[in-house]
Structure formats: C-alpha cells, structure tokens
Design a protein around this ligand. Sequence first.
Ligand code: FPP
Length: 238
Amino acid sequence: MPMTEQSNTPVHVSIIMDGNGRWAKARGKERIYGHFEGVNSVRACTEAAVEAGVRYLSLFAFSEENWNRPAAEVETLMGLMMRSIEREVDSLMKNGVRFVVLGNLARLSEGLRAAIAGLMEKTAACDRLTLVVFLSYSGKWDILQASRRLAEDVAAGKVRPEDVDQDAFSQYLVTADIPDPDLLIRTSGEQRISNFLLWQCAYTEFYYTDVLWPDFRKPEFRAALDAYAHRARRFGKV
Ligand code: FPP
C-alpha cells in the first residue's frame, strides 16, 4: 500500500543530513563534492516527501557551530545554497513546495538573504509540502532568542508571567508556525541531536541509519517512513 494511503504517515519529517565529508573522502575527493552530491539527496527526499503525503520536510543544512569550519568550506556551502535556490525555484513551484528558511539569518550575506526572501515569496502560496531549511540554526540559540523576546514583552507589559505556558512560549520560537517533528532522521551512523530542535523534539521518534547523506535517496526515505509507521507513540501515557 503506498504511504499516502496509510494513516500513520508523519506530518513533519526532519533530517540531520550527515556524512557528506566522509562520502567524499571515501572516493578520494574534497569534502565539498559530498555537499554537491548531497543536494541531489535533498531533491530526491523532497520528491519522496511530496509523493508520500508528508506535509513538512525540514533539513538541518547549517548549524551555528558550522560557522567554525574552514572559511573555504563555509563559503562553498553558502554558494551552493545560493545556486540551489536559483536552480530549484521552478521545480519547487511546479511541485507545490513552499520554501521556508529559519535560523539566525543576520549572519548570512545580504545576497543570500535576498535570494532566500525572493524564493520564500515566490512559493508562499504553494501548499503540498513545506520545505524548511534550517540555516545558521541551533536549538539553544532558538530557545535563547525566544526567551529574550518574551522577556521584552513581559517588561513592556504585553505578557503576564503567569500566562506563559508551553503553547505561549512555542510562539516565540522560530518554528512558531510549524508543527513539531514526528520523525527525526539522522544519517551516517551518528546518534546525537547536535543542538538541533531541542524544544521541538520532546516527543519525536528518532531514526538512525548508517547510510551517508549523499546516498540517502527515495528508497532510504521510504524505509524511514516505514519504520515510523510501526512505532507506537505514547507521549508519556501508557
Ligand atoms: C553534513 O556533512 C552536512 C552539512 C554540514 C551540509 C549539508 C548541506 C547540504 C547537503 C547542502 C545544501 C542544502 C540545501 C538545502 C540546498 P558533514 O560535512 O558533517 O560530513 P562528515 O560528518 O562526513 O564530515
């Protein structure tokens, strides 16, 4: 039975794309070739998500910590992001994919910020799948920026401390408009959260695979959905 007919298709699938460098190294190439090939996996998983009826696909593309990588790699990754945005716009629109970027965008170049804003605007009305790219993002950064803005609203008398519950706090996170992930996939055999969606993954199902990101394509994506379909989620209840 195709996944679209199953009731237990995750609404939101999130992916920590890992292993690009090792994929390239295993082929005697520079790390950046792994990132180039990784873009093809992004395309394949986006298509697979649309086909499966997943409503949100989010990708950890660049963490706040990734700014500490060698300048040349950071520059190439940002260039790759820019070119991907320019190249994929038609295909995203054709497939009904809304494009959203979340993170500490102030650290990005003005050119990249403008390209992101342009693509977000062009795809704003698309409603089959929302593709969320986390760029210059970290979970602790998100919780801190939310706390700071909430503190400002409390200080300004707009919010009463006794009204701050989980739902109210969530509204200050950059993911305010996005449901929490049902399924989090991490590739390349690593089994950590690496400062990704810390608040939002409280009840998320985790799926780990040894497959390196450049090799993670439609069959691997479908296998993860299949594993999810057999999980029993209890949200702390019996
Ligand atoms: C992790 O592999 C991957 C990244 C830090 C970058 C992921 C980015 C892309 C696939 C590029 C484009 C994304 C979009 C949305 C167009 P790694 O370098 O940490 O690999 P390693 O662990 O083997 O060193």
